[in-house]
Write a protein that binds this ligand. Structure first.
Ligand code: SF4
Length: 383
């Protein structure tokens, strides 16, 4: 049974109504190159047919914006656009979408002399002018650096929480209340904790729930279930996304996994795996999107899982990321972190950069570093 839902206000997104006691919305994101109109329009159709109430598309360039205009003409789906560093692209794409997602941690990269408050005001004005909702999307791999510094003593969850709260307060002051919030981490326990804290402080704000970089199925589904089930059972959450590292052709599996979570919740099957992370090898990998630097990324993630299986029982975290957006940040948090460039893969160990290696070299280098890591820790078993 669903618990009494948090009293989040109703936010209209295209034909959707989110929050306000409405059914929880399933959503996903295109993993195709946005400028590839045929592939992206087909992916929007694939996800919509699977049951996505909202489909997100990333834009980073003028070509992406032009493509989105054409994709809009081809679909009736509710579309969300994902902005990262270039927040001004919002003005180009707002006519074609129903929701704009921005990341507070990425508002610092462009126009560093412009206060972040002015940038949020710009986004709110663009959204209001084009009948769009907003999402304040906070991600553990790219937290606002000012908040990270200010709350260094309290840890990263405090920085994420304060960043989200600060943006909500500003949007409220601007008179723009048609927004939701997400607070995503790759650790399910942290997702539960930070969303509970946010919901206590702002029960009126609809929440988009998800585990970022949850990884490949089945582990990625288990991690997501471990985070979402306790929150949803407590009445927290208005839309969910299951992020899975799968090829674009299998992206509909994210919707199926999300529906299974909601069905199980409704049937009272709320048990979650009790051994998700911390005691076993934990592979974090992003779901990929239009920004992925090399089409080999998903295969690389699968190869990393296969090549490191011998360490399955060790409490080691390996991050495998598709690009630099959240790659370096996730790599810092992992014991070993990889993130893709166009022709090579960057590798970090414990936050220290080890170098950049070709796609044909990286697995051997990773195994060498993993062996060294295992050997350096007396509690670890020899591989
Ligand atoms: S890390 Fe890069 S490729 Fe992966 S989902 Fe995030 S933005 Fe997309």
């Amino acid at each position: 049974m669903f618990a009494k839902r948090n009293p989040a206000r109703l936010v209209k997104i295209g034909t959707l109504a989110m929050g306000g006691g409405q059914p929880i919305v399933l959503q996903s994101m295109c993993a195709t190159k946005t400028a590839d109109i045929e592939a992206t329009a087909a992916q929007v159709d694939q996800l919509t047919a699977a049951g996505a109430g909202l489909v997100r598309v990333a834009v980073d360039t003028a070509a992406d914006c032009r493509a989105l205009a054409e994709i809009r003409r081809r679909t009736q789906a509710n579309l969300s656009v994902d902005l990262q560093e270039n927040y001004r692209l919002a003005a180009e794409v707002a006519p074609w979408v129903d929701k704009i997602r921005y990341n507070p941690g990425h508002l610092y990269h462009h126009q560093r002399n412009v206060p972040w408050e002015d940038k949020v005001r710009f986004l709110a004005e663009v959204a209001a002018a084009h009948d769009c909702a907003l999402r304040v999307g906070v991600n553990c791999g790219s937290v606002d650096p000012a908040k990270t510094d200010r709350y260094a003593a309290d840890g990263p969850l405090r920085a994420m929480l304060e960043s989200a709260l600060e943006h909500c307060e500003l949007l409220d002051r601007l008179g723009f209340t048609r927004y939701c919030v997400s607070l995503k981490d790759s650790d399910p326990a942290k997702v539960v904790e930070v969303n509970r804290q946010f919901a206590r402080r702002r029960p009126d704000v609809p929440l988009h729930l998800g585990v970022t970089e949850a990884g490949m199925p089945p582990e990625g589904i288990c991690k997501t279930r471990a985070a979402l089930m306790p929150l949803l059972a407590q009445g927290i959450g208005d839309t969910i996304r299951v992020s899975l590292t799968v090829p674009a052709a299998r992206k509909h599996e994210e919707i199926a996994a999300g529906r299974q979570i909601l069905d199980d919740l409704a049937a009272g099957r709320t048990l979650v795996p009790d051994e998700v992370a911390g005691t076993r090898l934990n592979i974090i990998s992003c779901p990929s999107c239009s920004r992925v630097e090399n089409a080999a990324f998903v295969a690389l993630a699968e190869q990393v899982r296969a090549a490191t299986r011998y360490a399955a029982d060790l409490p080691i975290t390996i991050a495998v990321m598709g690009c630099r957006v959240n790659g370096p940040g996730e790599a810092d948090h992992a014991d070993l972190g990889l993130w893709c460039g166009p022709a090579s893969v960057n590798l970090k160990r414990g936050g220290a950069v080890l170098g950049s290696f070709g796609y044909s070299e990286i697995l051997a280098r990773l195994r060498a570093e993993l062996n060294a890591l295992i050997a350096s820790c007396p509690t670890n078993r020899n591989p």
